[in-house]
Design a protein around this ligand. Structure first.
Ligand code: KIV
Length: 273
């Protein structure tokens, strides 16, 4: 009989996530950027909400995640926190707020924790950010790592293609994952890497891995809400399972509204005072 830690807990914590890994229960994670969607996802039983810097793309319309600021992430995260009751909320440290040095990284993480009420931060990279991870963890702030395709480095990669296919990059990722675990991370996102490598890394770590385009053997999965709900139509990578087609449904609904207003059908006599 499978154990569902998910149903037993009032509030999800890093300990819950660790327990889920140890009993083989997969962790569900989704991005959210505002109060209303966070409320829906919490109600639906999601374990972790990520206030991703993908807000830069899906909320602000930028081409990359680079432009979003710490103040903007704090705005999104504090809105999400007001919508949740049970799930664990992780907030991305945006580009430029942790790479310079560990002191700056800690200051950025503290702002997120103090000004939003979130439960953890996430940052991209391995060995390069280790000192920052250690310093943030030492301050009592849970940290999630992020390896593989790290979108804040897109101009270094030059493409959003699958990472770590070559042995040298795969070896660096294996090593980085271990270093992040040793530095005190409570989990690691593995983005767009071969499933076999994600399986090996997930098996070698005590802490949970959360995959996006990293196959079925990760300890959990994360998707960007706009992709899962079909709000975007242009983005259709192989790893994406689209559960709704909100793009068509919203356009259909708003077209009907426009039609009814133009036809003087809305509001009718029952819809006025
Ligand atoms: O910003 C984000 O949405 C992310 C996920 C893709 C993992 O980092």
């Amino acid at each position: 009989m499978s154990v569902h830690v998910n149903k037993e807990v009032k509030k999800v914590t890093t300990h819950t996530l660790q327990k889920m890994k140890s009993v083989g229960e997969k962790i569900s994670m989704i991005t959210a950027y505002d109060y209303s969607f966070a409320r829906l996802f919490d109600e639906a039983g999601i374990d972790v909400i990520l206030v991703g810097d993908s807000a830069s793309n899906v909320m602000a319309g930028h081409e990359t995640t680079l432009p979003i600021t710490l103040d903007q992430m704090i705005y999104h995260a504090s809105s999400v926190i007001r919508g949740i009751n049970r799930c664990f909320v992780v907030v991305d440290l945006p580009f430029g707020t942790y790479q310079a040095n560990s002191k700056e990284a800690l200051a950025s993480a503290i702002r997120i924790m103090k000004e939003t009420g979130a439960h953890a931060v996430k940052l991209e990279g391995g060995e390069e950010v280790l000192e920052s991870v250690k310093r943030i963890v030492a301050a009592g702030i849970p940290v999630m790592g992020h390896l593989g395709l790290t979108p804040q480095s897109i101009y270094k990669f030059g493409t959003y293609t699958v990472r770590a296919r070559e042995e040298a990059e795969a070896n660096k990722l294996r090593n980085d994952a271990k270093l992040l675990e040793e530095a005190g991370c409570f989990g690691v996102v593995l983005e767009k890497i071969p499933a076999a490598l994600a399986k090996e890394v997930s098996g070698s770590l005590v802490i949970p891995t959360i995959g996006i385009g990293a196959g079925m053997h990760c300890d959990g999965q994360v998707l960007v809400m706009h992709d899962l709900l079909g709000i975007n139509t242009e983005f259709k990578p192989r790893f994406l399972r689209q559960y709704l087609n909100l793009y068509e449904q919203i356009i259909g609904a708003v077209k009907n509204y426009v039609h009814d207003v133009k036809a003087k059908d809305f509001p009718n006599d029952k819809e006025q005072y």
